[in-house]
Design a protein around this ligand. Structure first.
Ligand code: LLP
Length: 417
């Protein structure tokens, strides 16, 4: 029987129809494992909640693996990108340029040119200076650039300060009270085509109230623009829906959609959303093996073979994750600190985590499908881990483990003195 995602039965953690320990034996550890059914289930919940006059632009930054992007492209996904590299990923994965929106505060001239030539749907513009740069490239290319202004609605998303983006003091977006004049300027500029309004207030949101508040401010701005004859094709409400890591109870995709579409309903424009985490986070785990157990200062440590280079969120944001044992062990359950081999104290995945920890045992760090593999580095000269997509009883290696040769590619010694 195929299960959507990760389930525990027969005292083991399963991914769809495969015991996770079998997947670990086959591909080695550390290793990211994703469930196709779990990704599709989340995707379908968004798709069902959004009417036909709306588009889901998956935020590639959450997980840009080609296999995963290809899966979403087959479901007709649009994509939210933040770099020329992400555009290249989308195109190589079979995504349609016409369904791509390009966000980000610092788009380079080459990236703008490439996106314009590819025929993307819209640039989400972050400043007056960037608007001018885009207009200049459009003029040189002889193609008007489709633009939306990313406005900063100044609402508090009540999330971690590192991932809050919609406050007045943040580097993101254009202040609401400056946006109107810039829209008039853009509308009068033949090098630009005004397409919409965009906004993104933050990530891992556990209440939809700030999303509604932001959408209300966008609706008011859209109304004022329409009165001035500035025609909009869409309003892009961004991403941000939170997920379950430990004990969070996030709103559903349907609640997210209702919260952002209700204030915009009377405008008669399409609504876009840019979810990333909500599509892929819970559909992935990082599988790691306990190398050693040790005690120091009255604490017990399980030293695992995954490090902060493989999965950065706990070290960077102090993010809490559920860590669980994959297969039964003969050890008794007791609180241990799960730490990696990297030479930093921040290289800690969980503290006082109740586990039947035994050397050689396998652990799963849950909800690691978003902002996991994409944020991995080769710090401490540790090759980046593989990624595996499980589909029922089958597993597909969608990125193999980096080799030491690949890790050092492009480096060179100095010429002889
Ligand atoms: N749209 C824009 C313009 C964004 O900046 C982001 C995320 C998203 C959409 C997708 O947001 P989501 O639906 O995934 O919340 N590395 C951090 C998260 C950084 C999010 C940055 N922007 C973390 O691991 O928590």
């Amino acid at each position: 029987m195929t299960h959507p995602g990760f389930t525990r039965h027969d005292d083991r953690l399963w991914v769809e129809s495969l015991p996770l320990d079998e997947v670990a034996e086959r591909y080695g550890t550390p290793c990211y494992v994703y469930s196709r059914a779990a990704i599709e289930a989340r995707w379908n919940r968004y798709r069902t909640a959004l009417g036909s006059d709306a588009d889901i632009c998956y935020a590639v930054k959450a997980n840009g693996n080609l296999g995963l992007l290809n899966l979403l492209a087959r479901h007709g996904a649009g994509f939210d990108i933040v770099s020329g590299g992400e555009l290249e990923r989308v195109l190589r994965a079979g995504g349609e340029a016409a369904r791509v929106v390009f966000s980000g505060v610092g788009k380079g001239t080459d990236e703008i040119r490439r996106a314009l030539r590819a025929g993307i749907r819209c640039f989400n513009v972050e400043s007056a200076a960037e608007l001018e740069r885009i207009a200049g490239v459009a003029e040189a290319e002889g193609t008007p650039a489709p633009v939306a202004l990313r406005v900063n609605p100044d609402v508090n998303p009540e999330t971690h300060p590192y991932i809050a983006t919609g406050l007045a003091q943040s580097k993101f977006g254009i202040a609401l009270d400056e946006a109107e004049a810039l829209y008039r300027q853009a509308a009068d500029d033949p090098r630009l085509q005004v397409r919409g309004i965009a906004c993104h207030i933050g990530s891992q949101l556990l209440s939809v109230a700030p999303l509604t508040e932001a959408a209300e401010r966008l609706a008011a701005l859209a109304g004022r623009l329409q009165e001035q004859g500035i025609v909009l094709d869409h309003v892009d409400a961004g991403g941000g829906l939170g997920v379950h890591y430990v004990d969070e109870r996030p709103p559903s995709p349907a609640e997210h959609i209702e919260a952002v579409t209700a204030p915009l309903r009377d405008l008669g424009v399409a609504v876009l959303v840019e979810p990333g985490r909500a599509i892929v986070a819970e559909a992935g785990v990082l599988v790691t093996r306990i190398e050693y157990l040790k005690q120091n200062g009255g604490r017990e440590f399980a030293i695992v073979d995954a490090g902060m280079n493989d999965y950065l969120r706990p070290a960077l944001y102090d993010a809490a994750h559920t860590v669980e044992s994959i297969a039964p062990t003969s050890a008794h359950c007791r609180p241990v600190d799960v730490v990696g081999p990297v030479c930093e104290s921040a290289d800690t995945f969980a503290r006082d985590c109740p586990l039947p920890a035994a050397a050689g045992g396998l652990l799963a760090i849950r909800s690691a499908g978003a902002y996991g593999a994409v944020m991995a580095s080769a710090y401490n000269a540790r090759p980046r881990p593989p990624e595996v997509l499980v589909d029922g009883p089958r597993s597909h290696l969608i990125r193999r483990r980096e080799t030491l040769d690949e890790l050092m590619t492009g480096e060179a010694s100095l010429p002889e003195d």
